[in-house]
Design a protein around this ligand. Structure first.
Ligand code: NAD
Length: 299
């Protein structure tokens, strides 16, 4: 018999009861995250008896937290900074993309066996697909080699991108950029190169020859919201895709330059963010996240 407990907005029968599956998000700091709102609304919309909670966990408590996934029989968890690499040692298996990125953002618990996945790159490729653009066969210029750019490069290569030209500054992410090139060369048929961003002629020429320019650097978001790596609209051509992974502000300087150039496909990072969540959602529940609904209520 359905119980008659009244929740904040009415009866909560069949939800948050003895059968509820728990999903976590383990990171520090993390209270600002939009993921709980996204996943809990998607569970509610589909009538799935799951709940998603944030746990403020740094590297120091990570082993205990991952053990708890098994002990409490949680269905899984998201993982964010500073735990994306650190968590790998506590898992049983990794997806091919996760292994290539040396990072995990999603854990799935199958009866005590924990598998790590990375869904940011899947989100990037899917968000292009949502707009009718297939990464297969495309030439992409990509700025960045950090937490967002690495899975974008790896997943694009795995999904058949013809060529990826990576540009980065010589900062602490340069070694990761070199590693990304090596891994993609070893594991895929995608052509890949790395050039210093100071070589502006090469950067300009690469964009001119590309189907897609993706900026996955921190330029364009706070405190660099007034900056863009491309400020001259003549560098772009109308038929290309300009993709900024930044989602706040909604219209970045880069997007403004691309719009001024008349570029037909100019995207912000919201689609990628929703689609990476949808990929994790499917791994845990086996269901498609109602992404149109999530976009409508959240953005
Ligand atoms: P990160 O710190 O791991 O990497 C930052 C990258 O930016 C590095 O490659 C670094 O070399 C480069 N960079 C930093 N300052 C620069 C400068 N002044 N000029 C040129 N390059 C510079 O950060 P991250 O987690 O990879 O995040 C990068 C961007 O991706 C952010 O804007 C973030 O909002 C966005 N992001 C979006 C999503 C999404 O789902 N849409 C997900 C994750 C991150």
């Amino acid at each position: 018999m359905a119980n008659k407990i009244t929740g904040v907005n009415g009866p909560i029968t069949g939800w948050l009861d003895g059968h509820t599956y728990l999903i976590g998000l383990m990171a520090y700091p993390i209270r600002h995250s939009m993921s709980p709102t996204m996943h809990n609304n998607a569970f509610a919309k589909l009538g799935l008896n799951y709940t998603y909670l944030c746990f403020e966990i740094g590297n120091d408590k990570l082993k205990g937290a991952v053990d708890a996934i098994r002990t409490l029989d949680m269905r899984g968890s998201n993982v964010s900074m500073p735990n994306k690499k650190e968590v790998i040692q506590y898992l049983d298996k990794l997806s091919p993309a996760s292994e290539m990125c040396d990072a995990v953002n999603t854990i799935v618990n199958d009866h005590g066996v924990l598998t790590g996945y990375t869904t940011d790159g899947i989100g990037f490729v899917q968000s292009l697909k949502d707009e009718g653009i297939d990464i297969k066969g495309k030439v992409m210029t990509l700025t960045g080699a950090g937490g967002a750019a690495t899975p974008i490069a790896v997943q694009s290569a795995l999904d058949g991108a013809k060529e990826i030209r990576i540009f980065n500054i010589k900062d602490d992410k340069w070694a990761q950029a070199e590693k990304n090139v090596k891994t993609i060369q070893e594991k895929t048929d995608c052509q890949v190169s790395l050039t210093e961003l100071t070589d502006q002629e090469a950067f300009k020429q690469s964009i001119a020859e590309s189907d897609i320019y993706c900026d996955a650097t921190s330029v364009g978001m706070k405190p660099l919201e007034d900056k863009t790596l491309v400020s001259d609209p003549s560098w772009f051509h109308e038929d290309m895709v300009v993709f900024d992974t930044v989602y706040a502000p909604r219209t970045t300087k880069l997007m403004q330059v691309a719009q001024k150039a008349g570029v037909k496909h100019v995207f912000d990072g919201i689609g990628m963010m929703i689609d990476q969540g949808a990929a994790s959602f499917k791994l845990w529940t086996g269901k498609e996240m109602p992404t149109d609904y999530i976009r409508e209520i959240m953005f």
